[in-house]
Design a binder for this molecule. Sequence first.
Ligand SMILES: [Zn+2]
Ligand SMILES: [Zn+2]
Length: 365
Amino acid sequence: MIELAGNMHMHTHFSDGEKWHAEIAQDAIAAGLDFIIVTDHNVWVDGVEGYYEGENGRLLLLSGEEVHNVRRQPQGSHLLVYGAEAELADCAPNPQQLIDAVNERGGYSFLAHPHENDCRIFPFPNLGWRDWPVENFTGLEIWNYMSSFINALVAALDRLPVQIELLDKLTAVRLAFNPQKFVVGPEPRTLALWDELLAQGKRITAVGNSDAHATPMSFGPFKRIIFPYEYLFRAVNTHILLERPLTGDLTQDKKMILRAIGKGNSWVGYDLPHSTKGFRFSAASKGKGIMGEAVKLDAGATLQICTPTRCNIRLIHNGKPVASAKNETHLTHIPIEPGAYRVECTIQFAGQERGWIYSNPIYLY
Ligand SMILES: [Zn+2]
Ligand SMILES: [Zn+2]
């Protein structure tokens, strides 16, 4: 199979980002990505899609949208939309209608950064998903690097012995200059929600993204862009598997990429500690299957996991580990029960064990 690495949540000058599409494409090429999907707030930018050439190769840039209701109080409920091929911000006031409109247009929708914490140094509330219940969305953004950072910052502020503005700001600067030390993995609440939905028999696809804006921060005389696009494109990405290589034709290639994202022929990889390229999770039975696919559970079925370097591997079913391996590159398991099986790998990085790979499920029936 052909593996592509991509990032599917970022902002340009069309909303609150700091660069234009072509510049961001260059940063993504430099970081080694194969595709990106740009998702400005409440604006679907037409006419920018296509292949962009850079020194180290080329990249396919696609246009999506991050839709939210600007009049909602409090703010929140951001929806990532891919492949709807239309401006959908008008549907934002009713999130279920928005999700339905995406489905009607053959697109895919993901609840962005579903769980955030209020952070006392920002003048806005957390932007987690607030409009429950909703149904028929494609999946969850289980790992959003910027959102992980904010949640880590909230935890650090809570640990401070006193609440003084200067100390809060110094803490924010300390974390911002060394984010990889503080980001440990996806929000446990989001993973728990994912497992709960999967246990109900739903197909819920996971994606992981940067949410890059490259906002400059200033602190006294110091001015710095703390999360440049290229840095974030080396962090949390989504890796997809395709049956055939890209053709160079925008329409065809876009269809293949979006389908793999929507079906979940993919995993979320934190590529900063070690590239997650080469990870595989498959089911071998009378029929074979990869992540995002349904496979018949017969007597000879095995689940096979292979990682690009040694790590701790856990195979999860109904929210509980059913098999695990420590400091290994392989794990094989013979499943007995039907249902969704997904893989989590953790790795030692910057002084502690951190989330590294989160596969989409294989659905055994
Ligand atoms: Zn958002
Ligand atoms: Zn965003």
